[in-house]
Design a protein around this ligand. Structure first.
Ligand code: ZN
Length: 325
């Protein structure tokens, strides 16, 4: 089996590569351009789209080994293939093979179709390292189209009442997905500078992206919907927007009371991550001999898999000790 080490990040020592480390490394696979997956590494393996987004977000210079989906490169006696992760624009999983065995690392992923990402691809692998953000049985997302229709209805009703709809969505990923859907429904997304920049880049990378989204500085059309990143800065900027109705778009809206926690008028369970049934489905597809879990309910999901007869350990928590023994 391919050796896996966890030292404040996932390392594959035989391939001399780290997977999504935050600390600067000599060689790292960068699965996608969310801030918690970027670092100031000397050399990175990533998709061409993630390279564009990483340059925009992090700046600086580094050697970029750009690998399109499905292409293979050889590195340190390993064969590396990047596969779509279905998470955000450019997001990838990495599949590695050597004489020691095969390994698939998902990064952040989701199985459901979305407009701004390519469908998730997979390979059978001996070791599966997977993210388990929603690794508890209670996290089961409703059908995506149902959620999107509810968000559009929320915006239309708000506009009909003469108020401004405000959707809280992260600048990269969720903002593009919801902007796309708003434009399909005759609504105009109004985006603050960071979100506008990311959306413009994603639209360049994906020619089918609908045009018509506007920057916040533009005079607001009567069918305009503000799409803002959640956070204190946004609330400050919203002081002048009256009347308004706010909604948070997050997978955590599956938890009851999400709208109160986020101090919003509504909460919609839209996520870029796999829900619990899809996490289980993925393990079935990949048919691994060993599963290593990361993020969210990693220990609980690993225990769940062991109860189903699959060897599984959480990489970043106390399970690590048992895994090493
Ligand atoms: Zn992410």
């Amino acid at each position: 089996m391919v050796e896996v080490r966890y030292r404040n990040g996932v390392e594959l020592p035989d391939c001399k590569i780290w997977l999504d480390p935050h600390d600067a490394k000599q060689l790292a696979f960068v699965s996608h351009a969310h801030a918690d997956h970027l670092g100031r590494h000397a050399e990175v393996v990533l998709t061409p789209a993630t390279a564009v987004l990483m340059r925009a977000r992090l700046g600086g210079k580094r050697v970029m080994h750009q690998v399109p989906y499905g292409h293979r490169i050889d590195m340190n006696h390993f064969r590396l293939t990047l596969l779509s992760a279905g998470h955000i624009t450019g997001s990838a999983q990495i599949f590695l093979e050597s004489e020691a065995g095969s390994l698939l690392y998902t990064g952040d992923f989701k199985l459901r179709d979305s407009r701004s990402t390519q469908p998730c691809q997979w390979r059978k692998a001996e070791t599966l390292i997977m993210e388990t953000t929603f690794g508890l049985p209670k996290y089961c997302l409703p059908p995506t189209e149902e959620t999107l229709a509810a968000i559009v209805a929320f915006c239309q009703e708000t506009l009909a009442e003469g108020a401004t709809p405000v959707l809280f969505a992260y600048a990269l990923g969720k903002a593009q997905e919801i902007s796309w859907v708003l434009l399909e429904n005759g609504l105009i997304p109004i985006l603050p500078p960071s979100t506008y920049r990311m959306t413009s880049l994603c639209a360049e990378l994906q020619p089918s992206f609908p045009m018509g989204f506007l920057p916040l500085s533009h005079p607001r059309p009567s069918n305009g919907v503000l799409v803002m990143p959640p956070g204190r800065k946004t609330w400050a900027a919203l002081k002048e927007v009256h009347p308004r109705r706010t909604a948070i778009l997050t997978g955590w809206a599956m938890d009851p009371g999400a709208k109160y926690r986020h101090r919003c008028d509504a909460a919609f369970p839209l996520s870029d991550h796999a829900d619990y049934p899809d996490l289980l489905r993925y393990v079935e597809w990949v048919q691994p001999r060993r599963v290593l879990t990361l993020h969210g309910f990693a220990s609980a999901f690993a225990a769940d898999l062991r109860a189903r007869g699959i060897e599984a350990w959480a990489l970043s928590e106390n399970d690590q000790l048992q895994f090493m023994l």
